[in-house]
Design a protein around this ligand. Structure first.
Ligand code: DQA
Length: 159
């Protein structure tokens, strides 16, 4: 479990931290193509993920951006904050972003890529993941459970 740190005269527990990164258009979940992505909002999924991570002894820090640069910057900061691993749905940048791939390698933290949909059953342009090769594994096609499976896989690797 976590380390104990001195804080304001007493001691409190510092939990182990992992980062959840969601890319472009995922803030629209719930109303974005629900037949593909489901009816849960991003807030619903983040809550589910926080509960899943907490049950495994980890604090989950959630971040979403539509901007490739903001995603890259957030990943770059992660190792400086004691974050031990990353779960990432790069969304459309999965298929296009060498820079996001490089940011994951530069952070040098274990990362798991997730997709709500099975990208291999969809249009040809979704069949290639540029970011996936910078990750320890990829979970796709299980809806919101893709996220909890990814958290379980990542925390098992970290434990
Ligand atoms: C997605 C799949 C991507 O191809 C798409 O661009 C998304 C969502 C998924 O979670 O299924 O935005 O990453």
């Amino acid at each position: 479990m976590g380390k104990y740190i001195e804080k304001g005269g007493g001691y409190s527990q510092m939990s182990r931290k992992i980062l959840l990164v969601n890319g472009p258009n995922l803030r629209l979940l719930g109303r974005r193509e629900p037949e593909i992505y489901g009816s849960d909002t991003l807030a619903d999924i983040e809550k589910l993920c926080c509960e899943c991570a907490a049950g495994l002894g980890f604090e989950l820090i959630c971040f979403q951006s539509d901007s490739e640069g903001a995603l890259i910057s957030r990943i770059g900061e992660a190792p400086l904050e004691g974050i031990e691993g990353i779960v990432i749905n790069p969304a459309g940048y999965t298929h296009t972003s060498v820079a996001l791939h490089d940011a994951l390698l530069a952070a040098a933290l274990p990362a798991v890529e997730v997709h709500l949909s099975n990208i291999f059953k969809r249009e040809d342009f979704r069949h290639t993941s540029i970011t996936g090769s910078a990750c320890i594994g990829v979970v796709a096609g299980f809806g919101k459970e893709s996220y909890t499976l990814a958290i379980r896989a990542l925390t098992a690797r970290l434990s």
